[in-house]
Design a protein around this ligand. Structure first.
Ligand SMILES: Cc1cc2nc3c(=O)[nH]c(=O)nc-3n(C[C@H](O)[C@H](O)[C@H](O)COP(=O)(O)OP(=O)(O)OC[C@H]3O[C@@H](n4cnc5c(N)ncnc54)[C@H](O)[C@@H]3O)c2cc1C
Length: 367
């Protein structure tokens, strides 16, 4: 199966747009003291696999008539579903802004279904969620989940109309997460170190520039690599948010239930089965499930395997290094770096785990 890197989706637009200056890029500063992650196989507490619902043309956000129902599709957010969730939920609800609120069904209880359901409630809709699986058993529970909408589209395939929608969604969602920062939702601000072995490598900030969302990353600085523990010649720092899925998803689900929402565990074998629902308005937030439901052959899995080490409370930063990444969450140090397109396997690949551990350990200079 083709293996892709986190940033391969940006290649075709980067050349034209890389000249956009980043704030403070020219200034070089020392890094604050950074505690090393103890990348020791004996510290692995679990390894998990999730399938990113990826479409090279980007997510589907569209309303259509379906018999006597109206279906609003909101699926296919790839590796950026958390980051885009509130934005796509808002834009999905906007598609029915001309209607008076009534009863609405949301199919799907991942981060997209939950945020769509909450936005609809805030607009006065009476919402029921129907889903085959609910947190903690969704793909959304597997996510990293750093606020960075990456691996969402292929730059050579995304239309300018899609990119405009993408940027709007990213801006709305970024603001929404800012307002949720704190322990209740498990959203925190964190320093990120983007590491490069060579100028030809693309980091998260290059991606942000090419996607036109660099203003959503704060405090961008070039860091003197000699002041860091990293074994690379180029280091940039920026600030973004990190979300703890195991805190965040139950909190949003609680908000939904507190506002009178209902959740029913139910599987739809075909889209036609929505005709069994009493609601005339249905939001399709089924992630990868939409491939079969909507016969959408463009929707493919991009498999991601995460190896989680015992928590290390003194590690208070993220690093991103040419596809490899480390997120220090309360439930463990999350090590990622696999992007296997077209791979449906949910089985843990031990060889891949060993490779990730070796490569992650090599991020640091030998001391
Ligand atoms: C390893 C990994 C790392 C990631 N890291 C990040 C990150 O750092 N930042 C970020 O923003 N995103 C990240 N993501 C991406 C993010 O997890 C996804 O984009 C997001 O979870 C998609 O949400 P969803 O609600 O569409 O899908 P899901 O969470 O899969 O939810 C789909 C819902 O639909 C239901 N469903 C599906 N089919 C049917 C059916 N036929 N009948 C009834 N119900 C159905 C399911 O049961 C489920 O409830 C990562 C993903 C992975 C795998």
């Amino acid at each position: 199966m083709p293996i892709i890197s986190r940033n391969c989706f940006i290649s075709s637009t980067i050349g034209a747009m890389a000249a956009v200056p980043l704030r403070a890029y020219a200034q070089t500063r020392p890094a604050p003291p950074l505690v090393r992650v103890n990348v020791n196989p004996a510290r692995v507490i679990r390894t998990v696999v999730g399938l990113r619902p990826f479409r090279r043309y980007g997510f589907v956000l569209r309303a259509e008539a379906f018999g006597n129902k109206t279906i609003v599709h909101n699926y296919g957010h790839g590796g950026g579903g958390f980051s885009l969730s509130w934005g796509c939920a808002t834009l999905a609800a906007d598609l029915l802004a001309a209607r008076s609120p009534g009863r609405a069904a949301v199919i799907g209880c991942g981060v997209i279904g939950l945020s769509t359901a909450r936005v609809l409630q805030d607009r006065g809709w009476d919402v029921s969620i129907y889903a085959s699986s609910v947190p903690p058993n969704t793909t959304s529970n597997i996510a990293g989940a750093q606020w960075t909408p990456t691996v969402v589209f292929a730059s050579q395939d995304a239309t300018s109309e899609f990119l405009e929608t993408f940027r709007r969604a990213a801006r709305i969602a970024n603001r929404a997460f800012q307002l949720m920062a704190g322990p209740t939702y498990g959203v925190l601000w964190i320093d990120n170190y983007a590491l490069k072995h060579a100028a030809t490598e693309r980091d998260e900030l290059d991606y942000a520039v090419s996607a036109g969302i660099e203003d959503l990353y704060q405090d961008i600085e070039t860091i003197d690599p000699a002041t860091t523990p990293f074994a690379v010649p180029m280091v940039r720092r920026f600030t973004t948010m990190l979300i703890e899925p195991n805190t965040y998803l139950p909190a949003v689900m609680r908000d939904f239930l507190l506002r009178g929402g209902k959740i029913e565990v139910r599987t739809f074998a075909t889209l036609r089965q929505v005709h069994d629902l009493a609601e005339h308005v249905v939001f399709n937030c089924t992630g990868l499930g939409a491939r079969a439901l909507c016969n959408d052959g463009e929707l493919v899995p991009v498999r991601g395997q995460l190896t989680v080490l015992e928590p290390q409370a003194d590690v208070d930063y993220i690093y991103l290094a040419n596809g490899l990444y480390m997120f220090p969450r309360n439930d463990g140090i999350v090590l990622g770096g696999t992007f296997d397109r077209g791979d449906w396997s949910l089985a843990v690949d031990r060889a891949q785990q060993a490779r990730i551990l070796t490569e992650q350990a090599a991020i640091y200079r030998s001391s």
